[in-house]
Design a protein around this ligand. Structure first.
Ligand code: DGP
Length: 113
């Protein structure tokens, strides 16, 4: 999608401090971290949010969770971490490209993300 910031990060058109990428998924550090470790994991395909997950595109969501498990081990988050996806502005979504926040690296409060 032309004017989507996360599509541009996925395509390498703007820097995104990436920690992982493959043909389906990109993970990078959040610009405004809410925890010591705060990653965003996104599909390369433009999906606006969880309301647009369907039978045709849900495989990438399963893959995202495999990537999250791998990154959580690599970043030593085994003690505990949180995955959040805000869906629509009413829930706090500000970037309309599906993304999963991965928060960890410290004791988390219930208000983070
Ligand atoms: P949400 O509010 O759930 O839609 O989360 C969007 C997150 O994206 C927010 O925590 C800040 C982050 N973000 C916005 N623009 C950029 C950017 O250009 N680069 C990076 N790394 N993160 C961004």
């Amino acid at each position: 999608m032309n004017d989507c910031i996360f599509c541009k990060i996925a395509a390498g058109e703007i820097p995104g401090n990436k920690v992982y990428e493959d043909d389906q998924v990109v993970a990078f550090y959040d610009l405004n971290p809410a925890a010591k470790v705060h990653l965003l994991v996104i599909p390369r395909e433009h999906i606006a949010n969880m309301m647009e997950i369907n039978a045709a595109n849900s495989a990438v969501v399963a893959h995202i969770f495999e990537v999250i498990a791998k990154l959580a081990k690599e970043l030593k988050l085994e003690k505990g971490f949180r995955v959040v996806s805000n869906c629509n502005a009413y829930a706090g979504q500000s970037v309309f490209h599906l993304h999963f926040h991965v928060l960890g690296g410290e004791q988390l409060s219930l208000t983070m993300c």
